[in-house]
Design a protein around this ligand. Structure first.
Ligand code: 3PY
Ligand code: MG
Length: 256
């Protein structure tokens, strides 16, 4: 088993971020900053399929596991990023056990699933297919997102699907789907997050969540959530620039 998957299953605290900037430089900067893993966001960015392979390659240079959030449930998308050498896949908007099972089938090779064998980068372009086949099922991380009212209602059945490693909560979509937007919806949203967390932990899964900042991570870690995607490269870039521009302007104005 890869140490990354083992650390997920052990529920070790893992801190990553979304990579939305479609350039290997951004991947290298994030990787060198000390994250445990990163997640290339194919769902909500302008990153193309061909570019994904270069981004995974850039993360590999620094030995940082790169998973990819695919745009939907298509087995072809899951196969494409795993063939490119991703350490795992994050499948968005999983709302039923059947959808979770389909993600397992697309991610795992037989006898567990039905992923197709091919000469991708992960298998050294076909030169090491047996080596890759021997380790892929044990090493690849399958994370699925629960982020809809339907997913919340079905969390017991979803969490019971064998072959899923991480149940990842998407609070943004969940808040829209269960009508718990803004400060007024906080209690309802937190309650839904707690329900998903407790059910997934009871089924033996690792639980992850997106957080835009570190402000409440201690609370969620205490509730059993161990796998974090903290903001994104674009969010960190903008926030750091804004903070420093204000600080510099204040220093200049102080001299007037
Ligand atoms: C959400 O909050 O909806 C997400 O998908 C974050 O990853
Ligand atoms: Mg989402």
């Amino acid at each position: 088993m890869s140490s990354f998957r083992q650390r997920c299953l052990d529920r070790a605290p893992l801190i990553g971020t979304f990579s939305a900037i479609p350039h290997p430089v951004a991947i290298e900067v994030v990787a060198m900053a000390g994250v445990d893993f990163l997640c290339i966001d194919w769902e909500h960015s302008q990153i193309s399929r061909e570019r994904i392979e270069d981004l995974i390659r850039a993360a590999d240079v620094h030995r940082v596991p790169a998973i990819v959030r695919v745009p939907g449930h298509a087995p072809e998308s899951i196969a494409a990023v795993l063939d490119a050498g991703a350490a795992g896949v994050l499948v968005p908007r999983v709302s039923t056990a059947a959808q979770a099972q389909a993600a397992v089938m697309a991610t795992r090779y037989p006898p567990i699933g039905e992923r197709g064998v091919g000469p991708g980068r992960a298998a050294a372009y076909g030169y090491r297919i047996p080596d890759y086949l021997a380790k892929a099922n044990a090493q690849l991380v399958l994370a699925i997102q629960v982020e809809t009212a339907e997913g919340l209602a079905n969390i017991g059945e979803i969490a019971a699907v064998e072959g899923v490693d991480v149940i990842f909560i998407g609070p943004g979509d969940l808040s829209v789907s269960i009508d718990a937007l803004g400060p007024e919806g906080k209690e309802k949203l937190d309650g839904a997050i707690r329900t998903i967390t407790q059910t997934a932990l009871a089924a033996g899964r690792c639980v992850g969540i997106f957080r835009p900042s570190t402000s409440d991570i201690a609370t969620w870690f205490a509730s059993g959530i161990s796998f974090y995607l903290l903001a994104s490269d674009t969010m960190f870039l903008g926030a750091a620039m804004a903070e420093n521009a204000v600080a510099a302007r204040n220093l200049c104005n102080g001299q007037r």
